[in-house]
Design a protein around this ligand. Structure first.
Ligand SMILES: O=C(O)CCC(=O)C(=O)O
Ligand SMILES: [Fe+2]
Length: 319
């Protein structure tokens, strides 16, 4: 699969509105509902480590290419957190992808309407699905993701945003995602359907610094479409630094699994803000994870690995 990004100024993407920001996030937080913790779900296939496609490799576009300066990148003892956009690659085998698509399809019964981002979505999918919980804590899966982006990555200790399924449908309802930046820094989106399954639903991003984002509806040659049409395509985005959107699904059905990972070595720089999270999950559900994230640590790889219920991934593991 190639990493081409093509097209600029697509009318559908440009017309998308922007997600609420600032004080409107606080208002949203006061009304937000906590994610569902239980649902009657059919049995799942078991997760297997062999579902990880270890050959994944591909070009990485750096944050400098998006206009960020070297001193704006995060560093740890000579290593930089420099990846802006990478992939799409396949991180799962065909068999693994089929199982994941089945699991995510079944989980739709637990999805909730999500006003300002996607039409329907399921937050904290790993709390309902043993398959997803094991997948995102599988050492081989984490090593593939870490190596592709060049930094050690584990599931985010905030838990609620770490695995989210978006369901977009073209039956009259708007199945798009407004222009936004994520609270999360390291975001992997796995496509569980392909262009043969739907129309619209194009993953679009702004190839520039966040503070240069011209706003929706403007003409700018830096609006691009990612090449995510193939089922299984997995795209990495430095979600907190890059504006992105998904054009409305006009026909058919589009399902994606959005996995937010975390670098224990850059825990202090984590971009989440309390109000961004609370706007999604409500204040009460946000507080425990927020404390878990902000508590001081001695050994980041071990300590945050424990907090996220994850294997430990260190710089040495990237070799
Ligand atoms: O569904 C997608 O392709 C990505 C949606 C997105 O940007 C998000 O959920 O934050
Ligand atoms: Fe996003």
């Amino acid at each position: 699969m190639s990493t081409t990004s093509k097209g600029s100024g697509r009318a559908g993407a440009l017309a998308l509105p922007q997600a609420p920001d600032g004080f409107r996030k606080v208002l949203k937080a006061l009304h937000a509902r906590a994610p569902l913790r239980s649902a009657r779900l059919p049995a799942e296939p078991p997760w297997r480590s062999r579902f990880v496609s270890t050959g994944a490799a591909g070009p990485v576009t750096s944050l400098q290419e998006f206009g960020y300066r070297e001193e704006e990148l995060w560093h740890w003892k000579g290593r930089a957190d420099a990846a802006a956009l990478a992939g799409p690659w396949r991180v799962l085998t065909d068999e693994g992808l089929d199982c994941l698509a089945t699991v995510c399809g079944q989980l739709e019964v637990a999805a909730q309407d999500a006003g300002f981002t996607a039409t329907r979505r399921l937050r904290a999918a790993d709390l309902l699905s043993p398959f997803i919980a094991r997948m995102i804590r599988d050492r081989d899966f984490l090593l593939v993701c870490s190596r592709l982006v060049g930094i050690p990555l584990i599931p985010h200790p905030l838990r609620l945003p770490t695995a989210q399924i978006n369901y977009g449908e073209g039956r009259g309802r708007q199945g798009g995602v407004r222009w936004h930046r994520d609270g999360m820094d390291y975001v992997f989106t796995i496509q569980l359907s392909g262009y043969e399954d739907y129309e619209g639903g194009r993953f679009t991003y702004f190839r520039g610094r966040a503070d240069e984002f011209p706003g929706p509806g403007r003409e700018d040659s830096r609006f691009r479409e990612a090449d995510c049409g193939e089922r299984g395509a997995t795209l990495f985005l430095h979600g907190s630094r890059i504006f992105h959107a998904v054009t409305p699904v006009t026909k058919g059905r589009r399902v994606t699994l959005v996995i937010s990972l975390f670098c224990p070595y850059f825990a202090r720089q984590d971009s989440n803000t309390f109000w961004h999270l609370a706007a999604d999950d409500g204040i009460a559900a946000t507080v425990p994870g927020w404390l878990r994230l902000k508590w001081p640590v001695r050994n980041p790889a071990v300590d945050y690995g424990l907090r996220a219920g994850s294997p430990v991934i260190t710089w040495d593991d990237l070799r």
